[in-house]
Design a protein around this ligand. Sequence first.
Ligand code: 13P
Length: 258
Amino acid sequence: MKTYIVGNWKMNLTVGESSIYLQKLLKRIRPTKGLEIVVAPSVIALQPLGIQLGRAKSKIKLCVQNFYHRDYGAYTGEVSVTQLRGLVDYAIVGHSERRYVFGETNKDLKQKVAAAIRNNITPILCIGETENERNFGETADVLRDELFGALSEIDADDVKKVIVAYEPVWAISGTKGAKIAAPDDVAESINLIRNELKEIYGKEIAEEVPVLYGGSVNPNNAGAYLTIPGVNGLLIGGSSLISDHFVDIIELAKRIRS
Ligand code: 13P
């Protein structure tokens, strides 16, 4: 299984800044077998970055942070994954900021996962409990609900085209009072997610679904998360905005893999 290092830039960087960042990254990283490097810039930067990548498209993949589930039509202001075909390989679905700031529900996310798969774009489905849910002992229920809320109509063939990202909301740097998650706690949730997938899709298929970790990942703690059994990569917010940090994490992932 590949290791995925995904940078989610959220609503940061202008198109010009994104382009300078990409230039730095292209200079510093070499394609490495088994390592997939992905960046999710603002939607307005996707097209210029796609052109800038040119033949280097195999070195760095693009990801959209959000999209609407319909393919075309009278949906003012929206962008569909159909319009993004050929430009992005990945699409983030159900990030907690989409769930809690924009009120996206499991029903919306189910439609988004289906739309991404229909358009040959890999959905990165984010799930994770809030601090309150964790304190009330509801972590397992929340993970199960978010996982199957979005995957309930996805069969065994299609689930292999999905990436799951465990992002505990309380550990995301943008969350007020965010904390760093202990690797043991992350391991417990990753295990839970993998077991849920096994229960529904069977062991063999469940093991083919990459599961990433995200939440306050930085060059100092990335190694501890990457070496958790069952973690297949990282979804990085704040630290991915600093190209040196992102490159350090990529280098670390390379060393861990080899
Ligand atoms: P931080 O790495 O800034 O905590 O963000 C994580 C995240 O939300 C990535 O999608």
